[in-house]
Unconditional design. Structure first.
Length: 202
């Protein structure tokens, strides 16, 4: 479930070698429930309660990328092991304090003197689990903070946060609750064919 300032919606994201499917069910607020299907052909469609239209493949791919594990809000904790070894933001950092966050001890990591000017402002790692709990980045749109909580295992060696909060300059942008993430699931091929018009809610 994704909560923003005005919209609450359930999202279901499927991916297989055949393509990608994103189902959006608007629960509250201004928004349109829809289904986006992207195939490898490449073709893509968007279905609503009124119509099914073919959509530009590149635009559709960019749209659903926000919900993909490797490019969406989970991409930071999932990609951290690789980024810590390769990304410039993590190359020159130091642990400068031990602070309380969510009632737990955390190490605060910041750029060292050589790292000034990078996008990373600060990151907090749980002192017991060493998992990332908060990171703040400097962006063109302001300071963006990601809070990650409720880590759970979803597969062998894969642990993800199930609650994510995103703020920009202290203002809520988005809250995400991951209800389920299943790996190596067998998916029906029809999930990735042209969708039908959605049924209207009663």
């Amino acid at each position: 479930m994704v909560r923003g300032a005005e919209v609450v919606a359930d999202h279901v994201y499927y991916r297989s070698p055949a393509g990608i499917r994103l189902e959006v069910d608007v629960v509250r607020g201004q928004g349109i429930s829809n289904v986006v299907v992207i195939t490898v052909e490449p073709k893509s469609w968007v279905a609503t309660a009124d119509e099914v239209v073919e959509r530009d493949w590149l635009q559709a791919t960019a749209l659903v990328a926000h919900f993909a594990p490797e490019t969406g809000v989970l991409s930071i904790p999932l990609g951290l092991p690789k980024d810590a070894a390769e990304a410039m933001e993590w190359r020159e950092v130091v642990t400068d304090a031990k602070e309380d966050l969510y009632g737990q001890a955390h190490y605060r990591v910041v750029p060292n003197a050589k790292g000034k000017g990078g996008a990373l402002i600060a990151a907090y790692f749980d002192a017991a689990s060493h998992l990332l709990s908060r990171v703040t980045w400097r962006t063109r749109g302001g300071k963006v903070t990601f809070d990650y909580r409720d880590y759970r295992s979803v597969g062998e060696g894969v642990v993800i946060p199930h609650r994510v909060r995103v703020e920009r300059d202290g203002q809520l942008v988005q809250e995400v609750e991951v209800s389920d993430l299943t790996l190596d699931l067998e998916l029906r091929s029809e999930l990735f064919s042209q969708p039908a018009v959605l049924r209207r809610k009663r």
